[in-house]
Design a binder for this molecule. Structure first.
Ligand code: GLU
Length: 552
């Protein structure tokens, strides 16, 4: 029996040949230097920031070289698959602006190199495995899980490297006849690579990010087709990235140790491997040390976190660019109206070892980002946030659209805008007192300042409304009248005069304005009081003052 016949017996239900698939997926017609990159998630239900980071770099590299960025779903480990995970991933990519131009998209599969879901590519992998068997480069292995465990135990005992290689590869040299005997006896098998490597040989690999790597050649007869007929990650990676003409495999550096295996698989297939770029993991400071950003310990490790707290996607993106390339921050700060797409990302400006993920810095970026948005956008975003996470706020925002927008506009369109909001979930905490529905004079804590005396406060409030508050005043007239009120009550209207001779006064105009601010909002610190008063109008001010007095 020859190897061709044997391969037909081992993988009997393969419809096409390797050559058929090679013809079906011809070379891409792309300009010189165009990168073909991909994001290849396993649909296991949790999208880690590290994965988003990787997809950003992949999509950016393709975009800036006029290449292709595609998404391939790696679902060959069907036990780990979670329902709905694929659409969650695709939605995240879309929301962040990393939507692929090929492969799995929210509108289904796109492109001529599909299917882009590995479980639908079984025939393809098997065609390639068959080809390897025919060439004597792969073989069936009949060892049972128990036998494999025994081998592992023995290897541990004698302190040998773990794995099926060399003398441990029991079935490597079975004759076709022996193999047939076993098949006929109903023995179960998987397909292994017949590794041509030697562990003592070193191979040199150039990684686009990490530079030159020297690693021992692979000599393990890795599994390429599992007992369910589906490929392992390693084999699927080689076959898919070959047929899809990926030029750059940009992925997390947990895969670095598999590089010798992957390079060898391409060699055995007789094709040129893609270039590799391994991204350093996102890490977090813990005391003096850095540790990996952890799904279990760090809420910010989940991409969903940013949606849940209402940090704008754009801010997250700016932050990802900041950690991706060491020169980004400078570029961003010095480029007026910077558009992220115009930044040129480079592998050699990426961290080789780890990228510190600093939530505080991300929050600062977000704070700055929101402060520069037009108030109408803040309103829309706040409403969109509230519609998902805060019904009460949503109702208020719908009811008071113009009012809320005007509120967000206070001290906004200026060189140094106010920076009250880090995220959309801050908005309610920062503005609740401007909504009568949320403000209950009997329940709030009034944060009084220097003036605490209730009679004095009453006096200030009633005098102010009676005599000094004029709705038509502009800001300077408004302030002038506040000074007049201060003087009438024996407070200094001029800070310089007050500082020179504090004993001559009961206090100063700032103390008066604090009383008005606190009576109105309960808070000692708010955006510009003049604007708040204008927004509230006399009637509501009066109501608030009366309620404040009632609370005494
Ligand atoms: N499916 C692999 C993962 O989830 C993809 C790694 C790669 O990009 O090749 O990590």
């Amino acid at each position: 029996m020859d190897l061709k016949e044997l391969s037909n017996r081992l993988l009997p239900n393969v419809e096409h040949t390797r050559e058929y698939y090679e013809e079906k997926y011809p070379k891409r017609d792309l300009p010189e230097g165009a990168m073909v990159t991909r994001y290849a998630p396993s649909p296991t239900g949790f999208v880690h920031m590290g994965a988003l980071f990787a997809s950003y770099i992949n999509s950016k590299m393709a975009q800036q070289t006029n290449g292709v960025f595609f998404v391939r779903i790696e679902d060959t480990d069907q036990a780990r698959e979670v329902e709905g995970a694929t659409s969650d991933i695709l939605r995240d990519l879309n929301d962040f602006g990393f939507a692929p131009n090929e492969g799995m998209t929210l509108d289904g599969e796109k492109g001529m190199y599909g299917p882009y879901i590995q479980s639908k590519r079984k025939d393809i992998y098997q065609a390639f495995a068959k080809d390897l068997i025919e060439k004597g480069l792969a073989y069936p292995c009949f060892m049972s899980p128990e036998e494999l465990n025994e081998i592992r135990d023995k290897q541990e005992r004698v302190k040998a490297r773990i794995g099926i290689y060399g003398e441990w590869a029991r079935d490597r040299y079975l004759t076709p006849e022996k193999i047939m005997e076993k098949i006929e006896a109903g023995e179960k098998y998987i397909i292994r690579l017949k590794s041509p490597g030697h562990f003592n040989h070193k191979i040199e690999i150039k990684d686009c990010i990490k530079g030159r790597l020297e690693m021992p050649e692979n000599d393990i007869d890795i599994v390429i087709i599992k007992s369910d007929g589906l490929p392992t990650y390693h084999f699927a990676h080689a076959v898919d990235d070959y047929l899809m003409h990926t030029t750059h495999v940009i992925r997390g550096d947990e895969w670095v140790s598999s590089l010798p295996t992957h390079i060898q698989l391409f060699q055995v297939l007789g094709v040129k491997p893609p270039k590799y770029a391994h991204i350093a993991p996102l890490s977090k400071k813990e005391g003096e040390n850095h540790r990996k950003l952890s799904k279990r310990k760090d809420p910010e490790a989940a991409v969903s976190y940013y949606t849940e707290v209402g940090i704008p996607k754009e801010a997250v993106k700016i932050y990802l660019a900041t950690i991706a390339n060491s020169n980004f921050e400078r570029w961003f700060d010095t480029t007026p109206n910077a558009d992220l797409n115009d930044f040129n990302m480079e592998f050699n400006k990426m961290s080789k070892s780890d990228s510190l993920f600093d939530l505080e810095k991300l929050q600062n970026i977000s704070r700055n980002y929101i402060s520069k948005l037009p108030a109408t956008t803040v309103y829309e975003q706040a409403l969109s946030y509230a519609s998902k996470f805060d019904q009460e706020l949503e109702d208020l925002l719908i009811k008071y659209k113009d009012y809320s927008t005007a509120l967000y506009n206070i001290e906004r369109e200026r060189k140094k805008p106010r920076k009250d909001y880090v995220m959309y979930s801050d908005i309610k905490n920062q503005t609740w007192y401007m909504y009568d529905e949320l403000f209950d004079a009997l329940k709030v804590t009034y944060e009084w300042g220097n003036i605490q005396d209730k009679t004095e406060i009453k006096n200030i409030l009633s005098l102010y409304l009676e005599k000094y508050y004029h709705e038509t005043d502009d800001e300077s007239a408004w302030f002038h009248r506040m000074k007049e009120l201060a003087e009438e009550l024996g407070y200094a209207s001029d800070m310089k005069a007050y500082k020179e001779n504090p004993e001559a006064y009961k206090g100063n105009v700032a103390d008066i304005s604090i009383v008005l601010r606190v009576a109105l909002t309960s808070k000692a610190q708010t955006p510009n009081l003049y604007n708040l008063m204008k927004l509230m109008g006399r009637e509501r001010m009066q109501q608030r003052f009366e309620n404040c007095i009632k609370s005494f």
